[in-house]
Ligand binder design. Sequence first.
Ligand code: GDP
Length: 298
Amino acid sequence: MFDTLSDRLTSVLTNLRGKGRLSEADIDATAREIRIALLEADVALPVVRGFIKGVKERAKGSEVSQALNPAQQVVKIVNEELVTILGGETRRLELAKTPPTVIMLAGLQGAGKTTLAGKLAKWLSGQGHTPMLVACDLQRPNAVNQLQVVGERAGVPVFAPEPGNGVGDPVQVSRDSIEEAKRAQHDIVIVDTAGRLGVDEEMMKQAADIRDAVKPDEILFVLDAMIGQDAVTTAEAFRDGVGFSGVVLTKLDGDARGGAALSVREVTGQPIMFASSGEKLEDFDVFHPDRMGNRILG
Ligand code: GDP
């Protein structure tokens, strides 16, 4: 996903090698190149500004002048600033003191929510949890069925309205699912919600109603990293319309520029918690800002 950005940053920083000392002009020129690389990768402008400011201040300050090898020191600074915009520390799931822990998934249609529901469930099962999936996307005719397929692949049960019971009320389904989880002793409930192709009020209201009905311990905003600059506005719309406690980046296996997704932490203030990088249930991991930072710097 971040190959172009990674190549660009690596080549900018490689140009510094072999310089015994770095002048202010060297640092300014490098910062300019980094700025262009980030903007071309679609990283949001305010995030780029903060990033460049941090790099410049630190590179011109004592950190570089005292360093034995200024080029390496600049690489270190850029790496640390990258890790900072990606959230710094890894943020773990918050589990409820009294089960079930309720995790609600929100995001646009096609973002990868249903797939993620299966991935999360499988991952949690592997850690000894007993998750249950809940089908609250009753808008799309095939969505319940799709979640059932995913549940089967992940080996976890799916709570859904009985077939033939009409469209069903997703808020009621979500409420009932909590009772069912308690009865059947599932310690984690993962609620899949409906998305639209674009942000709309009705979708936001339904997600907010489900949120109020199940009082989630975590609301994960699922973001397709391939949607480019729309990532930031979509994230802001979900933050304002539903609110979320963490972000999941999906489709990191794609070859789009992806920088907008790198902005989502800074723009929304919420951490990126998981990363999805393929259609298979195994293509999933906890998001580690430091590892991603290292990967981008090659
Ligand atoms: P939903 O509408 O948000 O529930 O999205 P889905 O889970 O149905 O995913 C939409 C499409 O994206 C499906 O074809 C998935 O197989 C695919 N998909 C989901 N996550 C990933 C991912 O991480 N990488 C790739 N390449 N495809 C994904």
